[in-house]
Design a protein around this ligand. Structure first.
Ligand code: SF4
Length: 373
């Protein structure tokens, strides 16, 4: 009888260095910290991909999501000026900007006219903006694009807004939600390892605070995303510990929608000497995330960071979401991303179908808008 490739990989895996881990994946058992580190140390990319693909199939089947969304980066003025960042500027320096509410309204109206179902809003920590600006920003977008979900302000911004207002985070989140906020993006997590974090972004809130803010949002019924920035100074153990901290919080709250690994782009940062990630790093990162994060339904390959072609290949490495049409993006492009800033829905359909999967347009909360046969 002929042997299929899957049968062949399964047989080889059961004889190789990852045999015990593979057995745990087949049995649906949770992987440990040591398993995670061994996966990172293994060169068996296709074996890891096979296991991640199995876990993806079991968790969410053959559906692959994309979203028709738009990004608004409302200011790049930032008091932190993190070493990892190419986006933040000091007030008054060339290229520094803050969008007025009228400019934001125009962007939101254009997005709504294009049928966008999510408006993704993040920016720098601008000390000149009053608390009301943030509430008005959300109200303005809500009015201009009433049919779109608003995903806005990462945990670092929420901490900053709350401290500027002298208010507890829970109160600020409630007020933002009343203004129209639907969910929080996952940015600002970087890597939780304290020493690496100190070298990347010394002024940023620490990992514990990031987790606390997400837990507060989840307890209030506000879903959030989770991220990890990889490919700079972190070790395999740092990556695994980061994923396990997310898994532990997800066990307690169930409030994370998706995990999105973010490949570090070094250009125009203090780490411009670093080479950036390779395709193998990117695929391993996505596959190992799928295997360790057994309580996350969605693992997203953000095509803006790794390119649409590798993101498509990642559909065979545990991924079930390619993110969105985007339209305009400054944060990663300031750091040297060479991807386009927009991908039309048709190219998602083509890419997902060519990978043998079923394209589904979703909204921010993973509600199906349209399933394409
Ligand atoms: S990473 Fe965020 S907090 Fe740090 S400088 Fe850039 S915009 Fe500011």
């Amino acid at each position: 009888m002929p042997t299929t490739t899957a049968e062949f990989i399964r047989r080889e895996l059961s004889r190789g260095e990852l045999a015990d881990i593979a057995a745990r994946v087949y049995a649906g058992e949770r992987l440990t910290r040591e398993d995670g580190i061994r996966l990172w140390e293994s060169q068996d990319l296709l074996g890891i991909g096979y296991l991640a693909d199995l876990a993806r199939q079991r968790t969410c089947g053959d559906t692959v999501y994309f979203i028709n969304n738009a990004h608004i980066n409302y200011t790049n003025i930032c008091q932190n000026l993190c070493d990892l960042c190419a986006f933040g500027r000091q007030t008054g320096t060339p290229g520094a900007y803050t969008l007025t509410l009228a400019e934001i309204e125009a962007k939101a109206r254009a997005a709504a006219a294009a049928g966008v179902t999510e408006i993704h809003i993040v920016g720098g920590l601008n000390p000149e903006l009053p608390y009301d600006y943030y509430l008005e920003l959300i109200r303005t977008v809500r009015r201009a694009a009433p049919g779109a979900c608003i995903q806005a302000f990462d945990a670092v911004e929420i901490d900053f807004i709350a401290s500027r207002a002298g208010r507890p985070v829970a109160d600020v989140l409630q007020e933002l939600r009343q203004a129209g906020l639907d969910s929080l993006p996952g940015g600002g997590a970087e890597v939780f390892a304290p020493e690496v974090r100190r070298r990347l972004c010394a002024k940023k809130i620490d990992g514990q605070r990031w987790l606390q803010i997400h837990e507060t949002a989840h307890r209030l019924g506000i879903p959030t995303n989770a991220t990890m920035l990889y490919g700079h100074l972190e070790t395999a153990a740092d990556r695994v510990d980061h994923l396990l901290a997310l898994r532990e919080l997800q066990d307690r709250t169930g409030g994370f929608l998706a995990f999105i690994p973010l490949a570090f782009h070094p250009a125009n940062t203090a780490f411009s000497n670093l080479p950036g990630t390779t395709g193998v790093d990117d695929l391993k990162m996505l596959a190992i995330s799928r295997l360790l994060l057994d309580n996350f339904r969605h693992i997203k390959a953000f095509w803006i960071m790794i390119g649409p072609k590798l993101a498509q290949v990642a559909l065979h490495f545990g991924v079930n979401d390619l993110d969105g049409t985007v339209r305009e993006e400054h944060i990663f492009h300031d750091a040297g991303a060479e991807t386009p800033q927009y991908q039309p829905a048709e190219s998602f359909l083509q890419s997902i179908r060519a990978a043998g999967r079923i394209p589904v347009e979703r909204d921010t909360l993973y509600r199906e808008i349209r399933r394409y046969a």
